[in-house]
Design a protein around this ligand. Structure first.
Ligand code: ATP
Length: 352
């Protein structure tokens, strides 16, 4: 039996069709979830006089796709940075899988199974695609000086990592590029590489910061399928996104931030009608259609018409090594670059 089918049937639940209520009780900001994977309390982070994050209480539901939305500057990326150990809060505690991870460094958080990608991708341009993938592999005994000279000790694990990387690169249609420098990839391909690399640790929670930003519309369908397949394989997804059509299409649950606080939570249809969200999100511009971009309209049509979607199929296997990857479309003309706020670009750079 593939890993996918084992996980999908865990406790008799198929994650793609599980329609049980996500919240316990009312869908209110900070509401308790039936099965949370992350629980955060009183998390605050200020920059100068700005309270970038001021979250009283937040639970992220396990085995669901949760979208974290909110206007520019709402604190979404800062919250991601804090939860994953890339930034230090002024106060707060949080748990992942019941274990306190406040103050735990980012690489340890990743090895515990909570991984993230960045708005501005962090693939290493001067390394090849395969070398980037290998760097994502956990538990590499050859890294230790005491063992480095004895290939017999680490050669087996090295091969496992390469095999796993090959499987993932094939799934993400990057296998033909594995010997190319990552710098030669398009913006969308770099996003795929970063996502594929994050899966090398076989994570339980995958956090994606604006996965669609800078991605050519030709690649959005396969990116959406990849994200849904993470859920099909038993992973939990939390993603930040401005594109409301994408949120509507793939999120099971939406958390809305404004001025550092959680101002609403609920299923997409319910949250997007909430006047508090419209106010927070659109301010005075109630007449603006956030999903008006032509490419996104096209995507919406494609999604409705798409009968070939691999989402949720038995052979979705992203992590499993014993299933054959379905065909995904990867366009070579995916050449658009990512749009990143200047202050964010410098923040990302500082952390490299
Ligand atoms: P966007 O949707 O535009 O990416 P966001 O919701 O992710 O926005 P953050 O990037 O988390 O928002 O920023 C929250 C606030 O904190 C903003 O006012 C931002 O300018 C500020 N901020 C974030 N990082 C820093 C930093 N390193 N130094 C100073 N201010 C910062």
């Amino acid at each position: 039996m593939s890993k996918h089918s084992e996980e999908s049937t865990e406790a008799g639940v198929d994650y793609m069709t599980d329609a049980r209520a996500i919240a316990v009780g009312e869908n209110t900001p900070g509401c308790k979830k039936r099965d949370p994977i992350v629980v955060a309390e009183n998390v605050t982070r200020s920059f100068g006089g700005i309270n970038a994050v001021d979250v009283d209480y937040l639970e992220i539901p396990r085995h669901k796709i949760t979208a974290l939305i909110g206007p520019n500057g709402a604190g979404k990326t800062t919250l991601f940075n804090l939860l994953t150990g890339f930034d230090i809060p002024n106060s707060g505690k949080w748990q992942f899988e019941g274990q306190s991870i406040a103050g735990v460094s980012s690489y340890k958080v990743a090895r515990m199974g909570m991984v993230r990608t960045f708005q501005l991708t962090k693939v290493m341009g001067k390394l090849t695609v395969m070398e980037n993938m290998r760097l994502g592999g956990s538990n590499q005994p050859g890294e230790r000086l005491s063992r480095a000279l004895f290939k017999g000790v680490w050669g087996g694990r090295e091969k496992e990592i390469t095999d796993q990387a090959n499987v993932l690169l094939e799934k993400f249609k990057l296998d033909t590029k594995k010997d190319d420098y990552a710098a030669s990839l398009s913006g969308g391909q770099r996003k795929l590489l970063e996502m594929a690399r994050s899966l090398m640790v076989r994570p339980k929670l995958v956090m994606l910061d604006e996965p669609m930003a800078g991605v050519n519309p030709a690649l959005t369908q396969s990116l959406l399928d990849h994200i849904k397949n993470l859920k099909a394989e038993g992973m939990t997804v939390l993603f930040v996104e401005h594109d409301m059509n994408m949120v509507r299409h793939i999120a099971d649950w939406v958390v809305v931030m404004a001025e550092g606080k959680i101002v609403a939570e609920g299923p997409p249809g319910e949250v997007m009608k909430n006047p508090a969200v419209i106010d927070a999100y659109l301010g005075a511009h109630h007449d603006v259609d956030l999903g008006a971009a032509e490419g996104i309209r096209e995507l919406e049509k494609e999604l409705v018409a798409d009968e070939e979607s691999i989402v949720g199929t038995e052979n979705a296997g992203i992590i499993a090594v014993d299933v054959v990857a379905p065909e995904l479309i990867l366009s070579d003309d995916d050449t658009r670059t990512e749009q990143v706020r200047p202050d964010q670009a410098s923040t990302d750079k500082d952390k490299e």
